[in-house]
Design a protein around this ligand. Structure first.
Ligand code: NAD
Length: 493
């Protein structure tokens, strides 16, 4: 980067032990994916700086874990209020670095605030159990205690929420954290960190170190002083993390998906199309629970395709700042765009039919930036990448089926098990499919597979552990069994 260019972008610090600090290392440039302009730089933390953040979290643990749940809950509520107040500003930061339209980005910030409220309320309900023993002189108490120092490592597609699920649950449990935000979108996380700082979260309780996965992420994984890894990202990196930990440590891994939608002939076709368009193309398909592939009963296949084409063509692609209510903004970087084009080319070369999209929208504002129209390919099969790999872009493959048994078998024909979708008004079909779909989340007649109140996690190569709900809190707690022995006869005279 030239000195002139450097003067035009702002440099952000990272946050260690309650202070904003610069780094002795290099810097990482942050790009606006709608314009390809560099908008800021952040530090690439050195291993020594990562160690400082871990030791700050360790120092903060004794204080934070010994505060009462009511006090921790009050802090979480203050964080929620501050995030809500700043939703517009932080949303803008997100659109500028991630590409999603402004209204959607602001919506994500509001959901982040709701997450802090949810876990504030859970913080005061960390109950134990009393278990009778076979000998009445004994009693077992089961209590939950915070695990310790947590490394939270997150991807760029939901730069706010994915951090929030970990930080809110971790803080509610009494843990302290070192957060490593994604290198592509570190500015939103730093703006959230500023909220925590401003409401007076004690020094060391949450720290944020920016940089690459290979250096910062790996140091966190390998550190003997990190007690738990809370990771969201690709299955490849999740596996690498599991294999490279040098000690036994708690892990929750929220990984990739390859999510199917089944539409039966008993579905409300308009509802199914609405759901398919939303969950295939929202955030440009850059969502782990995006619909990647659709299986449609043959007798409604062509009408479904026709309606889905209309729905996709009606979606507005635009610069997310210039048009806050656009449906799709820019993709986050050149990588998901290249993968989308590669999966499309592969499908077309193998005989798929292009139904909608397939190219960049026309117009001067799309000449720079990573834009692509919502794209549908039909007559697909499992020899095509679009049906078997996670595209993470605005592309969906569709294919007809004859029997529901075949559709469910094809839906399960994947190493992934994150989310699946099913549209039918027939109770028996619903029962058949929901019992057999091998996924951690099954959404029926809707496409919002993850909500904060209920556990959210993947099966198979999509991960281990849960976020959301009470289960998301338990991931940050150790269970302790205290066995008491009484001698009641001593008080009997
Ligand atoms: P990624 O795995 O490349 O990176 C995720 C994070 O891990 C980043 O912060 C990255 O810097 C870090 N990282 C990379 N290598 C590392 C290493 N060796 N050690 C430690 N950390 C390392 O994923 P991405 O491309 O940023 O995100 C897209 C992926 O995330 C998709 O596969 C998507 O399905 C998945 N995802 C899953 C969920 C879920 O809830 N299951 C949610 C969102 C995204």
């Amino acid at each position: 980067m030239s000195r002139d260019q450097e003067n035009r972008v702002s440099a952000r610090d990272m946050y260690i032990g309650g202070d904003w600090v610069s780094s002795a290392g290099e810097v990482i440039e942050v790009e606006n994916p709608a314009t390809q302009e560099v908008i800021a730089t952040v530090p690439a933390a050195t291993p020594a700086e990562v160690d400082r953040a871990i030791s700050a979290a360790r120092q903060g643990f004794e204080d934070w874990s010994s505060r009462s749940p009511v006090e921790r809950a009050a802090t979480l509520k203050r964080i929620a209020a501050t995030i809500s107040e700043r939703a517009q500003d932080i949303g803008r930061v997100m659109t500028e670095e991630q590409g999603k339209p402004l209204n959607e980005a602001i919506g994500e910030i509001q959901k982040l605030a709701d997450t802090f409220i949810f876990y504030a309320e859970e913080a005061v309900r960390i109950h134990g159990e009393i278990i009778p023993n076979s000998d009445n002189a004994y009693q077992s108490l089961v209590v939950h205690e915070p695990i310790g120092v947590v490394a939270a490592i997150t991807p760029w597609n939901y730069p706010a929420e994915l951090i929030g699920w970990k930080v809110a649950a971790g803080l509610a449990a009494g843990c302290t954290l070192v957060v490593k935000p994604p290198a592509l979108t570190p500015l939103t996380p730093l703006a959230i960190m500023a909220c925590l700082h401003d409401v007076g979260v004690p020094p060391g309780v949450v720290n944020m170190v920016t940089g690459s996965g290979a250096v910062v992420g790996q140091r966190l994984i390998e550190s003997p002083d990190v007690d738990k890894i809370a990771f969201t990202g690709s299955s490849e990196v999740g596996l690498q993390i599991q294999q490279s930990a040098r000690q036994i440590k708690r892990m929750s891994l929220e990984l990739g998906g390859n999510c199917p939608l089944i539409v039966t002939s008993r579905a409300d076709l308009n509802d199914a199309v609405k759901g398919a368009a939303r969950r295939s193309f929202r955030n440009c398909g850059q969502i782990c629970i995006a619909i990647n592939r659709i299986y449609v009963a043959r007798d409604v296949y062509e009408p479904f395709l026709d309606k889905l084409r209309h729905a996709a063509d009606a979606l507005v692609v635009d610069d997310g700042i210039a048009n806050p209510s656009a449906d799709l903004g820019a993709l986050c970087s050149s990588e998901p765009l290249s993968k989308t084009k590669a999966h499309l080319a592969d499908a077309l070369a193998k005989g798929a039919r292009l139904i909608a999209g397939g190219d960049v929208p026309e117009g001067a504002r799309f000449e720079k930036g990573y834009f692509f129209r919502p794209t549908i390919v039909a007559d697909c099969n499992h020899g095509m990448m679009v049906m078997t790999e996670e595209t993470f872009g605005p592309l969906v493959g569709v294919t007809p089926y004859d029997a529901l048994t075949d559709a469910v078998r094809l839906a399960n024909d994947t190493p992934f098990g994150l989310a699946s979708y099913f549209y039918s008004k027939d109770l028996d079909e619903m029962r058949y499919a929901t019992r057999r779909l091998a996924y951690g989340n099954v959404a029926v007649n809707n496409v919002d597979a993850g909500i904060i109140n209920a556990p959210y996690g993947g099966w198979k190569q999509s991960g281990i552990g849960h976020e959301h709900g009470r289960e998301g809190l338990l991931e940050y707690l150790n269970i302790k069994h205290i066995r008491l022995c009484f001698a009641e006869e001593r008080v009997v005279t």
